[in-house]
Design a protein around this ligand. Structure first.
Ligand code: NAD
Length: 283
């Protein structure tokens, strides 16, 4: 079984990106700017934001984290977003999810202007993605397509099963696999017979968030496994797919950690640099 090493691939891409930023800095007259809004003090979100901040600095992106109190009002969040939308030194804006329950997540995401929407969650960018006119593609599914490309995995004509139908992972992932001519099935919480679907799938993308819910005995021999799930169990990170026993069944799999996660961050940086290039009319 090939271990699809997202960590080393992400490092390569970040190094290439850093070189691109250095090469174009003089022409742009300013570095790429990325603003991240973090609301509240969820420890997992704080950790993700710190990783994004560190990674941005390493490639020469001017990263700024705006920390807002858990009790912040909807109006205050929207006012903060308006300020960032108008700030010409800010190329990309990211709102770290999830938001506290009293905030309207969709309204907040809608307030990120489409041309600064480096997460690709804005309705305009979602629409363009489904019209096959790549705008900002959501980072996790985009990272997965680069993992497939790096390992020369062609999904054309294959049965691809995406488990999970969220706006940020499952749905855009299914669309990208469809664009690559896979025969795509989306499974979700109300799917009746996941077992049968797993047994037929040549490619499985698991994006549920249930620790090790999929095991080797359910899988089709020779399958490709992409594990998006990040679950903390007894202080350890595990995916949605149990790693034990996979070697004998799967052709390739992404580990957790070290698979999809690092590529998601690399794609956020790439989207931010793309926004900068567009805003500064760089080639
Ligand atoms: P979500 O909670 O929005 O969606 C989960 C999906 O799983 C839902 O569509 C639901 O219908 C489906 N589901 C629930 N129970 C199911 C079941 N028994 N069978 C089949 N489907 C079921 O989550 P999300 O934001 O899409 O994230 C999914 C997982 O991926 C989480 O663990 C999250 O932490 C992780 N994640 C990882 C990265 C990364 O970079 N590695 C990025 C985003 C999310």
């Amino acid at each position: 079984m090939i271990h699809l090493n997202g960590k080393s691939l992400a490092l390569e891409r970040r190094e290439a990106l850093a070189q691109r930023v250095t090469a174009q800095l003089a022409l742009a007259g300013r570095p790429p700017g990325l603003s991240v809004i973090l609301v509240g003090d969820d420890p997992a979100s704080a950790t993700y934001v710190r990783s994004k901040e560190r990674a941005a600095a390493k490639v020469g992106i001017d990263g700024q984290v705006i920390r807002l109190a858990e009790s912040v009002s909807q109006d205050e969040v929207l006012a903060t977003l308006r300020g960032l939308a108008e700030d010409p030194s800010v190329d990309g804006i990211l709102v770290q999810l999830p938001l506290p329950h009293h905030l309207d997540e969709q309204a907040v995401l809608d307030a990120v202007p489409a041309h600064k929407d480096v997460d690709g969650f804005h309705a305009f960018n979602t629409g363009l993605l489904f019209q096959q006119r790549p705008p900002f593609v959501p980072c996790t599914p985009l990272g997965i397509t680069h993992i497939l490309d790096a390992y020369e995995i062609d999904v054309q004509g294959k049965n691809a099963l995406v488990i999970g139908r969220s706006q940020i992972v499952g749905r855009p992932m299914a669309e990208l696999l469809l664009q690559r001519h896979a025969t795509v099935t989306i499974a979700h919480s109300r799917t009746r017979d996941l077992e049968t679907l797993l047994g037929q799938a040549d490619v499985v993308v698991a994006a549920v968030g249930r620790p090790e819910m999929i095991v080797a005995s359910q899988l089709k021999p020779g399958c490709i496994l992409i594990d998006v799930g990040i679950n903390r169990v007894d202080g350890k990170l595990v995916g949605d797919i149990r790693w034990e026993g996979l070697e004998a069944v799967a052709a390739a799999a992404t580990p957790v950690p070290g698979g999809v996660g690092p590529m998601t961050i690399a794609m956020l940086l790439e989207n931010s640099v793309l926004a900068w290039q567009r805003h500064c009319n760089l080639p």
